[in-house]
Write a protein that binds this ligand. Structure first.
Ligand code: SAH
Length: 336
């Protein structure tokens, strides 16, 4: 049986039509779920009893559980237990301009990026839509405030769970859903080219970030196995196509790994690769993990200056959560 929080507004409208009811009831259900945050279908008081009974037959409203919360400076890490006993994590960042949440999209991850902790368990399964929606609802309930922006940058490769992630975006973006503006939603991918193409046809102004992490195939092959399937030139042409279609600026993520991808030559190569594209580069200071192979670059500032001098917009990602292992690449689908 499907979870009611996996249904977007169109599918709920179809559902109501299929049971010979008016489709505006879908909006009423959304209001209960996402505005009043009501979890008991019996309390959906503006729907007739028969409809509520029918809803209960056709959907469940089970919730994932918060298992543990760790608090750091301006950051909280949530460990969630899913109904099947799997674990995922999400991170809340409290910026002065509002609350931002980094959600997970899969249990584990199959992409196997060498430097990333989240990939160490391999993918166990996709997250269902409701499991992504509930990460945000449970965090909103915990802090008693709204979440203003969402990044799909937690555990998992969102484009390897494309349909559920898009469905999730539709629900959180809907005005009677969690009403999070499309421009405040960012999806990050390691570069699944076919899905980038599909994403560029989506009629939503959601942001796209690409984990590039290398200026050439030689380096990228060493740190990101996915590059053997979609190499840099394929990724760059998909980005170009995306920009042409959507007229939106793309974020290029580049994790700064000591002596791996951080030479000044690499910076020049990256600048030439990106020249003329409507992108900006976000340099990510590497968060060191148990994996001893990689260290944080000591040349982030010099690297950034070269990019800037060569006309590429560049920022360094602000660091959150490293004290509680809640930073980029440190999330794990494991309780301990
Ligand atoms: N699978 C998606 C979503 C993960 S986003 C993607 O690859 O884009 C998480 C970002 O943090 C990615 O850019 C990832 O490459 C980066 N990252 C992974 N491990 C990291 C680490 N230890 N320190 C800093 N960034 C890391």
């Amino acid at each position: 049986m499907k979870n009611l929080m996996s249904a977007n507004i169109e599918s709920l409208e179809e559902y109501f039509l299929s049971i010979k009811e008016k489709k505006f009831k879908a909006l009423q259900v959304f209001e209960w779920l996402y505005i009043h945050k009501e979890r008991n279908i019996d309390n959906f008081s503006n729907l007739k009893k028969e409809i509520r009974e029918q809803l209960k037959k056709d959907f469940n409203l089970d919730f994932i559980k918060i298992k543990k919360i760790e608090k750091g400076l301006e950051v909280k890490k949530y460990l969630f237990e899913l109904l099947d006993g799997n674990y995922i994590e999400a991170v809340l960042m409290e910026h002065d301009y509002g609350n931002s949440v980094c959600v997970s999209s899969e249990v584990g991850c199959n992409m196997g990026c060498r430097f990333c902790e989240s990939g160490r368990l391999k993918k166990v399964r996709n997250l269902e839509t409701y499991e992504m929606v509930e990460q945000i609802i449970l965090i909103e309930n915990d802090i008693g405030q709204k979440v203003q922006s969402v990044v799909v940058m937690g555990i998992g490769e969102p484009f390897d769970n494309y349909d559920n992630v898009i469905n999730f975006i539709k629900i959180i973006n809907h005005p009677k859903g969690l009403a999070i503006g499309a421009r405040h939603i960012t999806v990050s991918t390691c570069g699944l080219v076919d899905k980038i193409k599909e994403f560029s046809n989506l009629p939503l102004q959601v942001n796209l970030a690409i984990s590039l992490h290398a200026p050439n195939d030689e380096i990228r092959n060493k740190i990101m196995p996915i590059n053997k399937v979609y190499n840099i030139s394929k990724v760059i042409s998909a980005i170009k196509e995306y920009i042409t279609k959507t007229n939106r600026r793309v974020t290029i993520e580049y994790v700064m790994l000591n002596m791996v991808n951080d030479s000044l030559e690499n910076a020049k190569e990256l600048a030439s690769l990106l020249k003329g594209l409507n992108v900006y580069v976000n340099l990510i200071p590497y968060n060191e993990t148990n994996n001893l192979e990689f260290k944080r670059s000591k040349r982030i500032k010099e690297f950034k200056d070269i990019l800037l001098n060569m006309g590429i917009n560049t920022t360094v990602r602000r660091e959150f959560g490293s004290g509680i292992s809640a930073a980029c690449g440190q999330l794990r689908s494991k309780e301990v």
